[in-house]
Design a protein around this ligand. Structure first.
Ligand code: HEM
Length: 251
């Protein structure tokens, strides 16, 4: 499509009643309109309407938080697609994995994309945390966001751990046997935690179902809620920490 026709088309869409009913701020090309466009959109309002130019430099964040979020999005999409082929039942779980490998078209690609994105997310979340620590971005007023971050780190690790059992092969079975035994070593409540996690005393059908529900529903929902709070907090804490001003006199 020639550029002029495309521009006219975009103009017409942005002047339409449908556009105005969704993006209330209207258009005007002023700073105020830009700010309102961010503040009045349910998704954008989590983010700051303005950012310090310095905080956008790659050296400030290495985009590690954004990359972590990117891998999380890939995991949600590929996870939903995998759910179309997987049954959390003892006779079928392993066979479904083999079907993904040999029968489903692009099944190997789908499964590996999910696996590798999970490994990447664990690596990136640690890298992001070290970056925040190294730059001192955890200090007030960002200490609450650091705590939210710690919860996100735990959720990421739990997502990884619960996903490990789902292929129901020897590796998963023994990994979860060892992992749940470690949990039972916690003084006083250890045995109860293990029982709650497995839905019994053994790694069997109950455990598979519990891990499936945790992996596909409870933990992803918790992650989405805490990620939303995490992004909203960045805005409330005055944007990203871009370091001390280079010339304090210049502010
Ligand atoms: C699912 C996991 C996580 C996601 C998706 C995520 C996402 C993000 C994003 C996109 C940012 C914006 C700047 C950047 O890219 O660095 C950010 C900032 C921040 N994150 Fe995370 N994060 C996660 C986990 C963590 C963890 C584990 C911690 C620390 C324990 C943490 C602490 C912080 C803090 C304190 C900031 C503000 C930093 C600043 O103002 O410069 N986050 N996060």
């Amino acid at each position: 499509m020639p550029k002029k026709t495309l521009d006219t088309y975009i103009e017409r869409v942005r002047d339409s009643r449908v556009w105005h009913s969704v993006f209330r701020s209207g258009r005007g090309g002023t700073r105020l309109h830009d700010v309102l466009a961010i503040q009045q959109n349910v998704f954008f309002h989590l983010f700051p309407a303005k950012a310090r130019r310095r905080s956008l430099d790659i050296g400030v964040t290495w985009y590690l938080g954004a990359l972590t979020f990117g891998t999380f999005c890939i995991l949600v999409i590929t996870g939903i697609l995998l759910m179309l082929y997987y049954h959390p039942s003892v006779p079928q779980a392993y066979a479904d994995m083999k079907d993904l490998q040999f029968v489903v078209s692009s099944g190997v690609f789908l499964r590996n994309l999910h696996r590798w994105s999970a490994h990447a997310m664990v690596f990136l979340v640690f890298a992001h945390m070290f970056r925040v620590f190294y730059r001192g971005a955890y200090r007030p007023p960002r200490e609450f966001n650091w705590v939210i971050g710690v919860l996100l780190l735990l959720i990421t690790l739990l997502l990884s751990y619960t996903g490990y059992l789902l292929p129901w092969d020897q590796l998963s079975f023994w990994a979860v046997t060892v992992g749940s035994n470690i949990a039972s070593a916690v003084p006083l409540v250890g045995a109860k935690i293990r029982f709650l996690l497995l839905g019994g005393h053994l790694v069997n059908a109950n455990a598979l179902l519990r891990f499936y529900v945790l992996h596909c529903v409870i933990l992803p929902l918790a992650a989405i809620i805490f990620i939303a709070v995490h992004f909203w907090r960045i805005r409330k804490d005055g944007g990203l920490y871009a370091g001390a001003p280079r010339n304090p006199e210049a502010k």
